[in-house]
Design a protein. Structure first.
Length: 317
């Protein structure tokens, strides 16, 4: 049995939570993945995977094995990058997680990073804030782009994580006009209280963005009643384009719809809400060459100006 491969299959199963999808991600058949995990269980003398008619999670022993597997895979990637890289030329993989509303900025960051280091292969994952923090602490992620306010000043603060500020998230009310304009238009500012009266398409309750919006409306003494819920930002945009719904979107997402016909974006005011977004890393983890290159880019003034220009108070057309 190849122990490294078995660890990789276990990590994939934990990520995808489905035998078939995990096998596809590892480019093997489902029976091969299942057999490798059974062989791992026999080698360790412990049941790792809870099996029923489908994947049901890991046992307590499986969680311990997974933690070891992720540390081993992390160290393997560090070694491979050290052996393959040359001064000024980094080669290897960089796994970046991002909250859905910040994905456009994460993609821009990955593109700029590859321009500088063509040997780097970023992998972007759309995850909730809780999944980002857990992924960093378990070494399943190298870097995350998310809400930095979660890391300080609360009982759930994560002392093992460190933030690198990137930009402030601004919010806009986006609707579809009856007469389609050539592209996205920017209208007069709108009060949050007025937006509450519209049929809003919102992210699902487990998303941190949803919690931010609920807090704003509670502060105004208003109840937030969604007309549509989804965990996909693409679905939010499509829902707005249907003409039936409106949506509260951050500047980064509004910017991606600049070419969409018939959309109207209005800056939300009273209150003026600004939410800090930043890269987050695990303090205790030994950084890879790829992560070092990414963090160097994350603090450069040119990149920070670029991120701010595509996420904040977007200019009217």
């Amino acid at each position: 049995m190849n122990l490294i491969d078995a660890y990789r299959y276990l990590a994939a199963l934990h990520q995808h939570r489905h035998f078939g999808r995990a096998a596809a991600a590892c480019h093997i058949t489902q029976p091969a993945l299942s057999n490798a995990l059974r062989a791992l269980e026999q080698t360790l003398g412990a049941c790792i995977v809870r099996r029923g008619r489908q994947y049901e999670g890991l046992t307590a022993e499986g969680e311990q094995v997974l933690a070891t597997a992720q540390r081993v895979l992390h160290e393997q990637e560090l070694l491979l990058q050290q052996l393959a890289s040359r001064p000024g030329q980094v080669r290897g993989r960089l796994v970046i997680g991002s909250v859905p509303t910040a994905l456009p900025i994460a993609a821009r960051f990955a593109a700029r990073l590859v321009e500088r280091q063509p040997g780097l292969v970023p992998q972007l994952r759309s995850l909730s804030s809780q999944e980002l923090e857990t992924g960093l602490e378990s070494l399943a992620l190298d870097l995350a782009l998310g809400y930095t306010e979660r890391l300080a000043g609360t009982a759930s603060a994560r002392p093992r994580l460190r933030a690198w500020p990137q930009y402030l998230e601004h919010y806009h009310l986006v609707t579809c006009e009856a007469q389609a304009a050539p592209g996205l238009r920017h209208g007069a500012p709108m009060r949050w209280a007025d937006a509450a009266a519209l049929p809003l398409a919102l992210l699902t309750p487990e998303m941190h963005n949803r919690g931010i919006l609920e807090q704003v409306f509670r502060g105004l003494g208003l109840a937030l009643r969604p007309a549509l819920e989804t965990n996909s930002v693409l679905s939010l945009l499509v829902a707005v384009q249907s003409g039936t719904f409106a949506a509260v979107l951050p500047g980064a997402l509004v910017g991606t719809a600049a070419g969409a016909a018939g959309l109207l974006a209005r800056r939300l005011v009273e209150p003026e809400l600004r939410t800090p977004i930043g890269f987050i890393e695990a303090v205790a983890a030994r950084p890879s060459r790829a992560l070092e290159a990414a963090l160097a880019l994350a603090v450069e003034p040119d990149w920070l100006a670029h991120a701010a220009a595509h996420s904040g108070p977007l200019r009217a057309l």
